[in-house]
Design a protein around this ligand. Structure first.
Ligand code: HEM
Length: 400
């Protein structure tokens, strides 16, 4: 096995280094230029960094998602269960079946039906920020909005919603390259609690269905096929977690980028109709998800090398989205960028199932802020979270 194209570490790729995490983009640029397929020894993965290859590999059926259960499997059983039955981790024909079933319940109509409610929520949260005279934009709006939206969609009510983010944070922390033993314990405990909670809720929805998405998933029958208990739970957890983790950080990262250069935010304030473009640009410029992996089912030539059958390649979405070969002024936040073929939602068969919902809630959030809080400004330097895969800020202190 030859790993001739070079080690990613030689070019400054090091998720363990806080300086890299704070600004990975210079290292990404070096990788794209000198080692578009680089070896990442700490994980035993290849890394692809250019837009052309990342986009092509996401669509290439010679590679796919292969979930490797965490070991020891007995200890990690509750966490493994949530992944083994999630469409994100499956390939055809299992993926096709599950995605088709879920899409019968999670329809464009259901998403469109949420817009008015999302608008009411964003307006109320923005007004709270104004009434408080500013504060932490993450805690007051970026976090509560996506959590409320996905909870309402699935029919999770009242104070139960407060359970979602801690569970989700603990479960997804295990995707971080740096996850340690404490993180593993917390992830397993959260998986157990989340599963027990959903088991109970599913029983309730079976006997007393509402018009929420969970009730629809429970009742689903498509040509004699339906979701098993494990599939229902894994799907609900995937929707609940994927349904807010990324959106929170798109609002946070996007607003941080807009407010860092006041003229950017002023453009949006002057023309809130730009919100849809701002949303796509926020996902491109400093996206919430850094890397997704694929395993090769046969030898695949990639840029400067070969990913051999059975090897894993990490697709650096954040790097692809800053590739000057795909974007003019790739390192600038262009508020009115017209053509924006970013890969922030992925591509191919795993293309984000929630993209339409994410777009609605993000567009509403950026619009509400621009219209109702035109004077918004950073009141201190926002501190980053100590994470690589889920890229975001710990706080976003703003004045109004
Ligand atoms: C801006 C916010 C979001 C971003 C950037 C995002 C990004 C992504 C990406 C990159 C993937 C593909 C991963 C891969 O190819 O391995 C994905 C898949 C997925 N996303 Fe999202 N997502 C967002 C919001 C949402 C929301 C709101 C939901 C649910 C309501 C959601 C549900 C899913 C699901 C179910 C999948 C798996 C699809 C499949 O495997 O077929 N996402 N997302």
């Amino acid at each position: 096995m030859s790993h001739a194209p070079g080690s990613a570490t030689d070019y400054g790729f090091d998720p363990g280094d806080p300086a890299f995490r704070a600004d990975p983009y210079p290292a990404y640029a070096r990788l794209r230029e000198h080692a578009p397929l680089a070896w990442y020894p700490a994980r035993g993965w290849w890394l692809a960094s250019r837009h052309a290859e990342v986009d092509a590999l996401l669509r290439d059926r010679r590679l796919g998602r292969v979930f490797v259960p965490r070991r020891p499997t007995e200890r990690f059983a509750p966490w493994n269960l949530l992944n083994e039955h999630a469409m994100l981790e499956l390939e055809p024909p299992d993926h096709t079946r599950l995605r088709r079933l879920v899409s019968h319940a999670f329809t464009p109509r259901r998403v469109a039906g949420m817009r008015e409610r999302i608008r009411t929520l964003t307006d109320a949260l923005t007004d709270e920020l104004l009434e408080a005279g500013g504060g932490d934009l993450l805690a007051t709006l970026a976090e509560p909005l996506p959590v409320a939206v996905i909870a309402e969609l699935l029919g999770i009510e009242g104070s139960d919603r407060d359970l979602l983010r801690p569970w989700s944070n603990a479960i997804v922390a295990l995707y971080e390259p740096q996850a340690d033993d404490t993180a593993a314990e917390a992830a397993v405990a959260a998986s157990v609690a989340f599963t027990a909670y959903l088991d109970e809720l599913i029983v309730e929805r079976r006997s007393r269905p509402g018009d929420d998405l969970l009730s629809a998933l429970v009742a689903l029958q498509v040509e004699g096929d339906r979701l098993s208990r494990e599939e229902l739970i894994a799907t609900a957890v995937l929707l609940l977690n994927a349904g807010h983790e990324a959106s929170v950080n798109v609002i946070g990262n996007g607003m941080a980028a807009l407010l860092a250069v006041p003229e950017r935010y002023a453009r949006l304030v002057a023309d809130p109709g730009l919100a849809p473009r701002v949303v796509e640009e926020a996902i491109r410029y400093d996206g919430p998800l850094s890397v997704f992996t694929r395993t090769a089912f046969e030898d695949v030539e990639v840029a400067s090398g070969t990913v051999r059958s059975g090897e894993v390649v990490g697709l650096l979405l954040g790097s692809a989205n800053r590739d000057p070969a795909a974007f003019d002024a790739a390192d600038d936040f262009v508020v009115d960028r017209e053509v924006n073929p970013h890969v922030g939602f992925g591509a191919g068969i795993h293309f984000c199932l929630g993209a339409a919902l994410a777009r609605v809630e993000l567009q509403e959030a950026f619009t509400a802020l621009a219209v109702r809080a035109p004077g918004l400004h950073l009141s201190a330097d926002p501190p980053r979270r100590d994470a690589f895969q889920f890229r975001g800020y710990r706080q976003l202190p703003v004045g109004v």
